[in-house]
Design a protein around this ligand. Structure first.
Ligand code: ZN
Length: 90
């Protein structure tokens, strides 16, 4: 079973991640709202960032769809290199 980082990078590499809406406040380094679609192997998933946080329609605990979207929107992610390194060191 590939880890979250491998899966997230695979989605990006295969062009399976589409950002539909990205809203960013002036001078902010990352968006406060995101809507994205990820074409998974089992189906299509919807990833959203709103005031409540990140949501994915897959409802899996280890979601690589949101992780892939986080990687391209400047948000910390389960797929971040630092997170991975910290995991190995833990
Ligand atoms: Zn997901």
């Amino acid at each position: 079973m590939p880890d979250v980082r491998s899966k997230a990078l695979g989605y990006l590499r295969d062009g399976r991640v589409t950002l539909l809406t990205v809203n960013t406040a002036k001078h902010s380094l990352r968006p406060y709202a995101v809507g994205a679609m990820v074409q998974g192997f089992q189906g299509r998933y919807w990833v959203r960032l709103n005031a409540q946080g990140w949501l994915c329609s897959c409802a899996l605990a280890e979601c690589a769809h949101a992780a892939a979207v986080q990687l391209v929107t400047g948000w910390p992610s389960a797929a971040s290199k630092d997170a991975k390194a910290a995991e190995v060191m833990a």
